[in-house]
Design a protein around this ligand. Structure first.
Ligand code: MLY
Length: 286
């Protein structure tokens, strides 16, 4: 089946995708026209995937399969489905979503997830239902990320000043030490995202030693038995049971690769038992 979705390495881009593999309610997606090494796994209710035709109906640029077309505008879904002998994933398979109080162009203060010590001047460059794309002013899109209004990584204009924290000005700003929002909003003809739209979620309730089922970050086809070994307000440290601590990872507590105990059984996905644990007999149904 074919569909449209966000390229994980270029979060601002929508691409033509093919379902390459299905395990339980997880999908391995292939980006048409690109090497299999860019394939990635998502849950079937992911906000990052859309039905065929969504981009056109919602004014988003769809990047056609590489090499197929002389001009990007030559891409035509009907023709493509026919010539590849494939069909579109039915719209009913995609999850419906609600909207939010943010719009494209609004400015905010956001944590640079790749440099988490920095809170920076940022803009919303895309808004889809209840999710939006955070972009750092005058930086390339590799720092971009999608989030919703409850994210702990975004704050309204003025937050850093209020907190007595430094705010990283846009790249190339002439006077970065004395960045002034008022001036910048005027210069760029933009508005600040309204503070009422920010709905920061409460810290999670995970505790050390709790068990869970977690996608293996190195081999995302697999889900392993895991343990919470440390916590921060919005993140947990995950240990894969039976593996060296060197494979432990920090994960956002709302990451879609964390699942409760029993999730694999419930969704028909194999669960990798702790390495070195005694094999279970089929009668135990694991
Ligand atoms: N010195 C680092 C920091 C980049 C920060 C980018 N943020 C603000 C979007 C670098 O140049 O890679």
């Amino acid at each position: 089946m074919k569909l449209e979705g966000i390229d994980p390495l270029h979060p601002s881009m929508f691409c033509v995708l093919t379902v390459a593999e299905v395990i339980g309610c997880r999908l391995r997606l292939h980006i048409d026209g690109y090497s299999e090494c860019y394939d990635f796994w998502v849950n079937s209710d992911s906000a990052d995937i859309r039905r065929q035709g969504w981009c056109k109906d919602n004014n988003h640029k769809l990047h056609p399969p590489k090499g197929e077309y002389r001009y990007e505008t030559d891409f035509d879904w009907q023709h493509y489905l026919q010539s590849t002998g494939s069909h579109a994933a039915p719209p009913t398979l995609f999850t419906c979503r609600t909207s939010c109080g943010f719009s494209v162009g609004m400015k905010l203060e956001a944590v640079d997830r790749k440099n988490p010590g920095l809170v920076c001047v940022a803009s919303l460059t895309d808004v889809i239902d209840d999710h939006f794309l955070v972009h750092f002013d005058n930086w390339d899109d590799t720092y971009d990320y999608w989030c919703d209004s409850s994210s702990p990584y975004i704050h309204p204009v003025g937050w850093c000043e209020e907190q007595g924290r430094p705010l990283t000005a846009p790249q190339g700003h002439l006077n970065p030490e004395n960045f002034l929002w008022e001036e910048y909003l005027q210069q760029t003809g933009s508005t600040a995202a309204p503070s009422s739209a920010f709905t920061m979620r409460a810290p999670h309730g995970f505790q050390r030693n709790q068990k869970l089922e977690v996608v293996d970050r190195r081999n995302p086809m697999l889900i392993r038995v895991a343990t919470v070994t440390d916590t921060e307000d919005y993140r947990i440290k995950v240990h894969y049971d039976g593996w060296s601590q060197q494979f432990d990872i920090w994960s956002d507590s709302d990451h879609f690769d964390l699942h409760p105990v029993g999730w694999c059984q419930c969704t028909g996905h194999p669960l990798e038992p702790p390495q070195g644990s005694s094999p279970t007999s089929p009668s135990q149904g694991v």
